[in-house]
Design a protein around this ligand. Structure first.
Ligand SMILES: *Cc1c(COP(=O)(O)O)cnc(C)c1O
Length: 343
């Protein structure tokens, strides 16, 4: 597949900004090349534009070449950059599933790109034929999300593989919740499919939504394009330092994940006991989607109790459903006790 043919013309010919840290990357005694202030070290220095140290750590953790990693200000950054690199406003379009994560729509809207939404089945499964039928010669990107937000389920692996091999554009699989899922990441497939991009994030399993750090994994070519159009210093020093600290604590993260999965299964069983709960959907993520009688009433009641969940009732296929994040066992207990007042 010729990735360059998919690119917008202005991006093909773009001459990227060359920063001081791009032009000289080695060690030196004195740096007088970037108009930095000599005081207030180490924050006086511009950060590494390619975040090499952080990428080395992620590289060994995920067993993937550093050149196949892009780091951004949350996953939102690569989502936006992919749209801006490949989709020509007025001409091109994107296909995604419905329901799914809301940022694909917002990012497409900001760039003036049509987003075509293909309904999942009633069981929240991927309908590959319907997705392919929604594409045309101007469809550049397909966004999939697995495990999906807000439904919580993982999409079928073979269905996704079928899409990847049949579609002539790029397929992005958003794996924000993959650490909570029993199934394997698609990361190991990026060397088999030149049109595959995997998104992951430090915001969920890693417990670092506040530092804004998202990851994209793909072929050298695609990562090169993202690097070409990103802000030169897109990740600040503080984020890079915190990420380096966190990457030393993989055992702690694994412990958190195990605990949250155990809490999720416990909560799913307990929610099923409530008479107002119609269905607890199976979840591979750190939240549960729950169909209830009068979701809005229960949502309002919980707000009064000081507990905020997400009402997804207006979302396609999520009628009368609340999306509830799995918290600490204390937080979950508080929620359960509040709900008991409704019986
Ligand atoms: C939470 C979430 C993200 C994370 O976005 P960040 O910008 O990395 O915080 C990405 N995708 C999905 C589907 C999510 O639910």
């Amino acid at each position: 597949m010729d990735i360059n043919k998919l690119l917008r013309k202005n991006i093909q010919t773009l001459k990227p900004y060359s920063s001081a840290r791009d032009e000289y990357t080695g060690e030196a005694m004195v740096f007088l090349d970037a108009n930095e202030n000599p005081f207030n070290q180490p924050y006086n220095r511009y950060p590494d534009p390619l975040q090499r140290e952080v990428k080395e750590k992620i590289s060994s953790l995920k067993n993937i070449a550093t050149e196949q990693i892009f780091l951004g200000n949350g996953s939102d950054e690569p989502i936006d950059l992919l749209i801006r690199a490949f989709c020509e406003p007025g001409d091109d379009n994107i296909v995604t599933i419905n329901p799914t994560y809301g940022m694909y729509q917002v990012a497409a809207d900001i760039s003036g790109i049509e987003l075509r939404k293909v309904s999942l089945t009633e069981e929240y499964e991927l309908d590959t034929d319907a997705v392919l039928q929604a594409t045309d010669a101007n469809t550049k990107l397909i966004f999939l999300c697995s495990p999906n937000n807000p439904t919580g389920n993982s999409l079928d692996k073979n269905a996704m593989l079928e899409l990847i091999s049949r579609f002539k554009g790029l397929i992005i699989i958003d794996e924000a919740y993959i650490d909570f899922a029993p199934g394997k990441s698609f990361l190991s497939e990026i060397d088999n499919y030149s049109n595959l991009i995997i998104l992951q994030t430090f915001s969920k399993a890693w417990g670092m939504a506040g530092i804004r750090l998202g990851m994209a994994f793909a072929s050298l070519e695609i990562i090169g394009i993202l690097n070409k159009i990103k802000y030169p210093y897109n990740l600040n020093i503080l984020t890079q330092q915190k990420a380096l600290e966190l990457l030393e604590k993989k055992e702690t993260i694994n412990k958190w994940v195990k605990l949250l999965i155990a809490e999720r299964e416990k909560m799913a069983a307990l929610f099923n006991e409530f008479p107002f709960v119609e269905k607890v959907y199976p979840s591979d993520a750190n939240f549960l989607l729950i169909k209830m009688h009068d979701a809005k009433g229960i949502y309002d009641f919980l707000v009064e109790e000081g507990i905020i969940v997400r009402d997804r009732s207006k979302v396609h296929l999520c009628e009368n459903s609340l999306r509830i994040t799995i918290g600490s066992s204390d937080e979950n207990e508080t929620l359960l006790n509040a709900l008991k007042e409704l019986i």
